[in-house]
Design a protein around this ligand. Structure first.
Ligand code: BTX
Length: 323
């Protein structure tokens, strides 16, 4: 696997030029016969690699997969994504991540799938995750924080994903409290944070991230078409998912390190800059009531403060409508 990853990375770096078999075997650190065998296997997986007797090999096309050998050459993180579980199809990456976390997965471990057949949102809702079109991944974290602080991780994740998407696509993404990323008022990404722990100690947190990347309207059921969008729809062209995942994991790791070192205020500022709803009149539908007022800012726990006629109200969990 490591040799395969190295080989892909060497071919990608050298694209669109040829590289001789000798040079590849020196860079990758194995024999020319072994290189040839790996190249054959890559071709079977859909890679197009041109070979010329005099010039060597050249990568012409690589399939858009999010398998470890596609992802690793792009990753520049210390721990995020360094332990990776990949499935083509799974009910939900959250379920696999919970299992893995219980078995002792290290912090930063990631479960990723091409397709989820029962992808989940909050409160038992479904997350539509058609094959090879999006990023459906779950990140395992073990922060030394207490239960009430856990919702800060959802906000941290929004900021990290926001930054990663903007860096790769340049698209104007806005964060909608607590867990959505929107483009022009349509949902492009949802974040689901689940955890196991006791009041004063968290065993682990699973941050589930779903991003519509190369999805088109026909992938969605009718009811989603008016409320969902994808990066490809907004950009007018497809995006290499592995590149985007790597950028997002880098940003997440960066923000997470900052959070562990300096606490929530570091995240809070970034969040407020990227939130599209501050200063606007909104209605927050909690389990019990609907609260209408102006979205002011976050408090130090990550709750949204809404200025109402009766004063400032903190909201910890709700669905938001904008006016
Ligand atoms: P949410 O409860 O805020 O949003 C779910 C709602 O969003 C659905 O009821 C539907 O209206 C709408 N929706 C469903 N699918 C999509 C979609 N693909 N794009 C836009 N809108 C949609 C949001 O929950 C949290 C979603 C987390 C998904 C990740 S994917 C990796 C991980 N595994 C898993 O099962 N869930 C998480």
């Amino acid at each position: 696997q490591t040799i395969r990853n190295e080989l892909i990375s060497v071919l990608v770096q050298n694209q669109p030029h040829y590289l001789s078999g000798e040079e590849i075997s020196r860079k990758v650190g194995c024999s020319r016969a072994a290189i040839w065998k790996h190249i054959e296997e890559l071709r079977q997986q859909g890679y197009e690699i041109e070979a010329q007797p005099r010039n060597g090999y050249r990568l012409v096309y690589r399939p858009d997969r999010v398998a470890p050998e596609e992802l690793s050459p792009h990753l520049q993180t210390k721990s995020f994504g360094r332990h990776l579980r990949y499935e083509y199809s799974t009910p939900s990456t959250q379920i696999l991540a919970h299992q893995w976390a219980r078995e002792g997965a290290p912090e930063g471990a990631v479960v990723i799938a091409e397709e989820q057949v029962e992808g989940r949102g909050r409160m038992g809702r479904l997350w539509h995750s058609p094959p090879q079109t999006g990023i459906w991944m779950s990140l395992i974290l073990r922060p030394p924080i207490s239960l009430p602080e856990a919702s800060q991780l959802t906000l941290l994740a929004s900021v990290g994903v926001h930054r990663g998407i903007e860096r790769v696509t340049g698209l104007p993404v806005q964060i909608k409290w607590p867990n959505d990323l929107m483009i022009q008022g349509k949902k492009v990404c949802g974040i689901l944070t689940e955890l196991r722990g006791e009041q004063d100690r968290i065993h682990y947190i699973i941050v589930g991230i779903g991003i519509n990347v190369n999805t088109t309207g026909d992938h969605w059921p009718t009811e989603l078409r008016s409320i969902a969008t994808s990066l490809a729809i907004e950009l007018g062209g497809t995006i290499h998912r592995a590149t985007l995942i790597a950028a997002i994991l880098e940003e997440l790791e960066d923000f997470y390190q900052n959070y562990l070192q300096y606490g929530f205020p570091a995240i809070q500022k970034k969040w407020e800059q990227a939130a599209g709803m501050l200063g606007k009149t909104i209605t927050a539908h909690t389990h019990q009531v609907a609260i209408t007022g102006v979205a002011e800012c976050l408090n130090e726990h990550g709750a949204l403060l809404i200025r109402t006629e009766r004063g400032m109200v903190p909201v910890y969990s709700a669905d938001i409508d904008w006016h």
